[in-house]
Unconditional design. Structure first.
Length: 60
C-alpha cells in the first residue's frame, strides 16, 4: 500500500452515493455499500454504479 488514505462508498435512503474516509464512522443516514479503496477507486466505482443521479423518490 502506498500510504494513500482509504475510503469507502456509502449510500443514503435516496440511493445517492458518496465516498467517506474508511477510518471514520458513517455520517447519519448513510450505509456502507461494501466497496472500499483509494479515493480514485471509490470515485470510479460510484461513476459505474450511480448512472441515474435523480434521488430514488423522484425516480419512482
Amino acid at each position: 500500500m502506498n500510504g494513500e488514505p482509504r475510503h469507502r462508498v456509502v449510500v443514503n435512503h435516496e440511493e445517492q452515493y458518496s465516498i467517506w474516509p474508511a477510518h471514520r464512522q458513517n455520517p447519519p443516514g448513510w450505509r456502507d455499500t461494501g466497496h472500499e479503496g483509494t479515493r480514485a477507486e471509490c470515485l470510479d466505482h460510484v461513476e459505474r454504479v450511480w448512472t441515474d443521479l435523480r434521488p430514488r423518490s423522484v425516480r419512482q
